[in-house]
Design a protein around this ligand. Structure first.
Ligand SMILES: Cc1ncc(COP(=O)(O)O)c(C=O)c1O
Length: 451
């Protein structure tokens, strides 16, 4: 069944642009995540502009924005300090030189200072690249091939890791022994042999995998919070356990902090949970909305890139747009941003939403850390992807999304995605959102009962 907006007439210009886009852009969009089939039915909403915590679409509808570009707009839309720094840098120096600039050293120093486990760092262009290079480094460093990854996580779209993101459980093997499933045709199937798929929050399974693959595991890669399945938190001691087991077996621990980095604390999840990975990938929190990512970690591992044993390349890596945006953004996060305020507002919204669900006897929860979380409509707790696939009510979530959108609140329509807060969201935004959530949840009750 194709789903529709509550008031389709409010999206007529978006609809027109979508029809036009379909003729020249496959699916009408430039990323799978924006496609109608990824949840944006009946068609994606075309954006006119964003300012601070607000987004305005081409039909003139204004939203309080919790989509935040899927995370990069941590400072809000068009953050003045970053936008100004980038435009000045472009106008005064240019963009790409195929030679280093002094600003690159300044940025590396700022990242090393902010992220506890990072001794040295390379700047790249996307989270996908950062992950790809981290796996290459880990394999080169250990001389081993296999990598443990978790079902339900996303580490970008490179062939070696674009597996088992949200697999169909009918095909994904037993709970105890999940099998690797490629994201689709075109991903070489033999690459699955280099992956071992695990369930999140189950240390015994990781122990067993190491026992069954002695001397073969190069690395375990994980999001420290499972943001790509609706923000599942690690159980107490889980990340510490992963650290201990990987170290004991001579494998590297890679934290994919593409979402959590600079967001849940300036030092990322590793600062919050006090666990030190060998390598860290950072991206969405880094550049105030500009395309920039980084990969850093232990000096002796990163040193493989110093003499070309491992190649970390890229014509655009370290371009002045990336460097100046990240520098300005990190300066803002260090000097001006108040994480305490961000947490206060985030907690107000999270607790407010949870309270509304209790008052209305809606089964579910609101789970996350600080400015990243998800609302679950589920009758049982969710510890891993399979719990989510079995218990989370994506159909109810979609109704909630339609009702909130209709009232001018935007987030991703998928129940396995996240709500993001920015430093630009105000107390008034939170109060307005809760008021609209109150009405929307009433409508969710009425419509789910009627369905
Ligand atoms: C945890 C995580 N890792 C990696 C990526 C890939 O990053 P990018 O889209 O910048 O390639 C994403 C993107 O959503 C992500 O959420």
């Amino acid at each position: 069944m194709t789903r529709d907006f509550i008031h389709p007439e409010r999206y007529s210009k978006s609809f027109e642009l979508y029809a036009k886009a379909l003729k020249v852009i496959p699916g009408g969009v430039n990323s799978t995540a924006r496609a109608a089939f990824s949840g944006w039915e009946p068609h994606p909403i075309f954006v006119d502009h964003g300012t601070g915590s607000r987004l305005v679409d081409v039909d003139g509808n204004e939203y309080i924005d919790y989509l935040l570009g899927l995370g990069p707009m941590l400072l809000g839309h068009r953050p003045e300090r970053v936008t100004r720094a980038v435009s000045q840098r472009i106008e005064s120096t240019g963009t790409v030189f195929a030679l280093p600039t002094e600003a690159e050293i300044e940025l590396a120093e700022a990242i090393v200072e902010a992220i506890p486990s990072v001794d040295t760092v390379r700047v790249v262009n996307s989270g996908t690249e950062g992950v790809l290079y981290s796996l290459r480094l880990a394999r080169a460093y250990t001389g081993r091939t296999k990598v443990i990854r978790f079902e339900g996580q996303y580490h970008g779209f490179s062939d070696g890791i674009y597996w088992s993101k949200h697999p169909d459980l009918a095909l994904a093997g037993s709970d105890a022994r999940p099998v690797a499933l490629a994201q689709g045709p075109g991903v070489p199937h033999e690459m699955g042999d280099s992956l071992v798929i695990a369930q999140w929050n189950d240390l015994a399974m990781i122990e067993r995998i190491f026992d069954e693959n002695p001397g073969e595991i190069a690395a375990l890669i994980t999001e420290p919070i499972m943001c790509n399945t609706g923000c599942i938190l690690p159980n107490a001691g889980y990340l510490e356990g992963l650290r201990e087991i990987t170290a004991r077996h001579g494998a590297l621990l890679i934290f994919d902090e593409v979402i959590t980095g600079f967001r849940i604390a300036r030092g990322g999840a590793q600062q919050v949970f006090n666990v030190t990975p060998d390598l860290t990938v950072m991206a969405k929190g880094l550049g105030g909305g500009f395309p920039v990512a980084a990969l850093g970690g232990r000096r002796e591992v990163m040193d493989l890139a110093s003499d070309g044993r491992v190649s970390i390349a890229g014509t655009y890596s370290g371009n002045t747009i990336a460097i100046s945006s990240a520098l300005a953004s990190l300066k803002y996060l260090k000097d001006e941003a108040s994480y305490a305020d961000l947490y206060r507002r985030s907690d107000q919204l999270r607790e407010g939403l949870a309270q509304l669900m209790v008052e209305k006897s809606i089964e579910g929860s609101v789970v996350g850390v600080g400015p990243v979380y998800q609302v679950w409509f589920s009758d049982s707790p969710i510890q891993n992807y399979r719990d989510a696939a079995r218990h989370s009510r994506g159909d109810v979530f979609r109704i909630w999304w339609e009702e909130m959108l209709d009232r001018g609140v935007l987030f991703h329509p998928g129940h396995l995605e996240n709500l993001f807060l920015s430093f630009a969201h105000s107390d008034q935004d939170i109060a307005d959102t809760l008021e609209r959530a109150d009405e929307s949840l009433d409508a969710v009750l009425a419509r789910s009962v009627a369905a």
